[in-house]
Design a protein around this ligand. Structure first.
Ligand code: GSH
Length: 240
């Protein structure tokens, strides 16, 4: 089966959390909007042309006859389909819970540069962004990182594996990898100062980065660079 991923063509954004699963699994997939005519197709579906699903926003995916949207749901579904998820029910629920919490973190990262209005420029909301980013750096980011680190510690004790859930790498580990990548880009000073508090998370990042298919993907042209158009943006004033 060939998966179809619909996402903005010029940024990693939320689409990257899906792309990493497809790439790591070696799945056959097409990044629709990076193909000629793909953006028109995505706009048609956002306009209601697909009977099965009317998404609010990308990313969304076609998996054979099935359509689904929402990053966390897509990552979980595709991960479960492609063997990148726990097989037991509790493990699957735990993984989905962690993925949804990572989705919460993604929103909070986004809100550091767009705390007031999604449809207005960063420059037009810079003063509130400074306040929001300070709270993110001081309270929210340490809380989310501690959550991931504690889950790694607990799962290591229970399952003897250096991953978030169960005994093998799953889609949530790929998402945690992307969080480390994004924070390293967007908040190099803040995250640099927190690194010694998250040794397990950093080890997980390296474990994921070394997976052969992922390593090949990360050096390919398909892996777009971070930029000031995506979720993880580096504005030095937000990371003093
Ligand atoms: N909760 C959704 C959020 C989707 C979302 O905000 N997508 C962004 C791109 S990363 C977008 O294009 N938003 C346009 C909009 O919300 O109007 C998810 O996790 O997939």
């Amino acid at each position: 089966m060939q998966y179809e991923l619909y996402y903005w063509p010029s940024i990693q954004g939320r689409g990257e959390f899906v792309r990493l699963v497809l790439e790591d699994a070696g799945a056959d997939y097409v990044d629709v909007c990076r193909q000629p005519g793909g953006m028109d197709r995505m706009k048609q579906i956002l306009g209601g042309h697909e009977p099965a699903l009317l998404p609010l926003a990308p990313p969304f995916v076609r998996a054979g006859e099935l359509w689904l949207s929402q990053t966390a749901l897509i990552a979980a579904y595709v991960g479960e389909q492609l063997g990148l998820a726990p097989v037991d029910e509790q493990g699957r629920l735990t993984a989905r819970s962690i993925m949804l919490t990572i989705a919460d973190l993604i929103v909070e990262v986004h809100d550091t540069h767009h705390p007031v209005a999604m449809n207005k420029y960063y420059a037009d909301q810079k003063a509130p962004a400074l306040l929001r980013a300070a709270s993110f750096r001081e309270a929210r980011l340490p809380k989310f990182l501690g959550y991931l680190e504690r889950n790694l510690e607990r799962n290591g004790e229970r399952n003897g594996a250096a991953v978030l859930v169960g005994a093998a790498v799953t889609y949530v580990d790929l998402a945690a990898f992307q969080i480390v990548e994004g924070l390293t880009y967007a908040f190099p000073r803040t995250f640099g100062g927190l690194r010694d508090q998250v040794p397990r998370l950093l080890a997980l990042h390296d474990l994921v980065a070394a997976r052969p298919r992922l390593a090949a993907y990360l050096t390919s042209a398909r892996r777009l660079p971070f930029s000031e158009h995506g979720i993880f943006r580096h504005y030095p004033e937000l990371d003093p």
